[in-house]
Design a binder for this molecule. Sequence first.
Ligand SMILES: Cc1cc2nc3c(=O)[nH]c(=O)nc-3n(C[C@H](O)[C@H](O)[C@H](O)COP(=O)(O)OP(=O)(O)OC[C@H]3O[C@@H](n4cnc5c(N)ncnc54)[C@H](O)[C@@H]3O)c2cc1C
Length: 411
Amino acid sequence: MTENVVILGGGTGGTLTANRLRKQFSRGELAITVVDQDREHVYQPGLLFLPFGLAHGEDLIRPRHRQLKKGIDFVESDIDRVDVDGHRVVLAGGRELPYDVLVIATGARLVPDETDGLTGPGWMEKVFTFYDLPGATGLEQALRDFQGGRIVVNVVDMPIKCPVAPLEFCFLADWYFHERGIRDRVQLTLVTPLDAAFTKPRAASMLGGMLEDKGVELVTEFNTGEVDGSAGKLVGFDEREVPFDLAVVIPVHSGAEYVGRSPGLGDALDFVETDPHTLQSKVAPEIFAIGDAANLPASKAGSVSHFEGEVLVENITRFLRGEPLDASFDGHANCFIETGFDKALLIDFNYEQEPVEGHYPGPVGLPLLKESRLNHLGKLMFQWFYWHSLLPGRDIPGVGADMPRAGKHID
Ligand SMILES: Cc1cc2nc3c(=O)[nH]c(=O)nc-3n(C[C@H](O)[C@H](O)[C@H](O)COP(=O)(O)OP(=O)(O)OC[C@H]3O[C@@H](n4cnc5c(N)ncnc54)[C@H](O)[C@@H]3O)c2cc1C
């Protein structure tokens, strides 16, 4: 009998899950349907480079259905809700998709309207985000026109996708204005709700030191209440103010709206309540979640979706066979952190282990928590690897889902 797997979201996690399942099961065994609201797959890590003229929008986009292997159905539609008890998804137009297994991979949604004034006067003129394609594209022009003054990079609230991207933006801005010969006329400030530059202590102290060395001011524990584009200032809930001539804002993130319309599926932010080790949802055994959509204490990063994919496909297989699930996902994440001047850092960590020095993926490999050109090349190469290896669901020799301990300087 053919079983139905429905995957909501055809981004990083949804695509690699569909492709891995298609390789593992014949069409007679499994029908796979992927639903997404649009047709264009954007390589999101490239959005960081776009404002600095280091990438072009058209090079970051590919047709979504072309990333899916033959024998996977693609449906372009918004989602109305999941009928958890009825084992069916109701699409926006009323069409229903019954499922034996449902995978939620609809990622995180930017909610700029949550912050007073953010999309008011000055939005897309002197207030931008680089977290989506229109914002990153508009910011490229704004940076090109910028001749001096105060640039503020503001994380409104956590969690956000790729928590290191705001830091990378500051490092690249430092490089960019140096290149243009006007760095001394630009004041750069990172404003964050965190009590340090990053969440993990060792990396936070190193990254905080780098901001200082590069002359980037750090304002911590700032909870943005309002972005006043007319007056050019951020106003905190504690009434502190940070003035700007150009603001680069990372808006509040939440899960997809339909999650909120599906009782029991999500938490208060519409992220799916998910077991951190098996990736099974807490609402029903046949529902799983991958990537940014899940409410896991892991980074919201493409690398995490990649590592989750192996465990998820194993667990869908076990679920369909009636076997106990594999509880081995350890929160493994790694991120290249672009630091400007053709260098980057690499961090590798999981739920338990914070980023430390050493090498990845083993004693011989890329340096960890250390700036190098090799890591910068790794960051650039990642785009090729994303389209040709990660999305098609290929295993990479020597790189497994679990965080490697060998090569790390663990106390
Ligand atoms: C600026 C930036 C830089 C980044 N840099 C890095 C990096 O260097 N390294 C790294 O590992 N990660 C990075 N990331 C994060 C990475 O892109 C995401 O974590 C990753 O894409 C998550 O995959 P996902 O499948 O969970 O979500 P996504 O890839 O975002 O896919 C979600 C999909 O669901 C669809 N969808 C959402 N809602 C609905 C709905 N209601 N109906 C139908 N479809 C819907 C969307 O259209 C989308 O295709 C970066 C992100 C940004 C924004």
